[in-house]
Ligand binder design. Structure first.
Ligand code: HBI
Length: 368
């Protein structure tokens, strides 16, 4: 009977060093996964681009050229691997070190680790971090689900459905938070918040358009990934009272976010999850979000926030007016019930255990 893999080698996202914000939601997911699994007797070793650093995480940093971000490519974009590829180097190190581990968990949203899966001697699990973006990636993700369905997971059902995958019994693993790091704030100021990588797919311009109409002031926190985009939309909405608050580490972000009367989420793409939504809820902050992707599965419409018809600025304006109706205690309570680290840890353990079980059955069936 195959045992649950305990010694895990984790491949991080190759688009940016961990801890800089360029790794997006995977940074938080990976950090929390390490925290909750190590408490439960697992050991994690992470491979990540040089410059990566996260507290308490054992990271082997790997030099090399970063991978282009998949969300900036078109559907027909061919697979690219630059010279001196950090992704290639990470996969080669994984191949060399695989005998020291029970399994590999891949967080890279890239063709190579998916394609190499059957070349490894130990099981490779895939945590798919985004929805469908390119035909070439769709192919390897769907093939991986066909080959080893229990070893591929997603944050949300909505995200999996973008690949045409409808798995009613599928195990989805929403992110969780160490809620002790997030303070509930019962009496906010008047500020609105927008949090996330400042890049076109996040639709910040719609939030500026909305506050230009409501007169609210809003602070934006997150890594300034596309400065020219920021400049352009601020010029497009000169009357929007918006301040850039920088990219803050969790402690400072949660303190500032908690003071806000609402979080506005305007993603133009199918957000796989939306960590900022659960961070806001953890601080008692209701969430106004387009009914699109992960946030649509997170926000309890009318109770812990309001889901808006996608890309509707008038819808955002109407929802902002509803913010005082929501009970901030309900927001915190939802985070505690659905998005605690313990809840995430339970799902991760279930994923790692059942997947191995399936493999064991497969092996038995093959008479291996
Ligand atoms: N793009 N090619 C590629 N590979 C990744 O792993 C990747 C990405 N874009 C964004 C990203 N990962 C992270 O921001 C995830 O958290 C979404």
């Amino acid at each position: 009977m195959a045992k649950t893999p305990r010694k895990l080698l984790v491949l991080s996202t190759p688009v940016g060093p961990l801890g800089t914000g360029l790794g997006g939601g995977v940074e938080l997911t990976l950090f929390n996964m390490a925290e909750v699994l190590e408490e439960r007797g697992y050991s994690l070793s992470v491979l990540a681009p040089e410059g990566s650093a996260l507290p308490r995480l054992e990271i082997q940093t790997v030099p090399g050229t970063l991978q282009d971000t998949a969300q900036s490519q078109g559907r027909q974009t061919p697979i690219t691997l630059p010279a001196n590829s950090v992704l290639g180097a990470m996969c080669e190190i994984a191949r060399q070190r695989q005998s020291q581990f029970d399994a590999i968990i891949n967080f890279a949203y890239d063709w190579l680790p998916f394609y190499l899966t059957p070349f490894f001697e130990i099981p490779v699990f895939h945590f798919v971090s985004m929805g469908s973006l390119t035909d070439a990636m769709d192919e390897v993700v769907v093939n991986a689900v066909k080959a080893t369905p229990e070893r591929v997971t997603f944050y949300t059902r909505t995200q999996a459905q973008t690949f045409g995958l409808n798995r009613p019994d599928g195990l989805y693993i929403p992110s969780g938070l160490d809620l002790s790091l997030y303070d509930f704030c019962a009496t906010p100021g008047s500020e609105l918040a927008w949090v996330g990588r400042i890049a076109p797919e996040k639709g910040l311009e719609d939030a500026l358009a909305a506050i230009s109409q409501t007169g609210d002031s809003m602070t934006v926190w997150g890594v300034m990934q596309c400065p020219e985009y920021w400049q352009e939309i601020c010029q497009r909405y000169p009357q929007a009272k918006v301040t850039y608050g920088g990219f803050l580490p969790t402690e400072a972000l949660q303190r500032a976010l908690g003071q806000c009367r609402g979080l506005i989420m305007t993603s133009k793409w199918v957000e796989a999850f939306g960590n900022v939504a659960i961070e806001a809820l953890a601080c008692g902050v209701p969430v106004v979000a387009y009914r699109r992707g992960g946030p649509a599965e997170i926000v309890r419409h009318g109770k812990t926030g309001w889901l808006v018809e996608p890309d509707s600025v008038p819808g955002l304006v109407a929802a902002i007016a509803k913010l005082p109706e929501f009970n901030r205690c309900d927001c915190r309570h939802q985070a505690e019930v659905e998005f605690s680290l313990a809840a995430m840890g339970d799902r991760l353990e279930q994923w790692l255990a059942t997947a191995n079980l399936a493999t064991a059955n497969l092996a038995t069936a093959k008479g291996e």
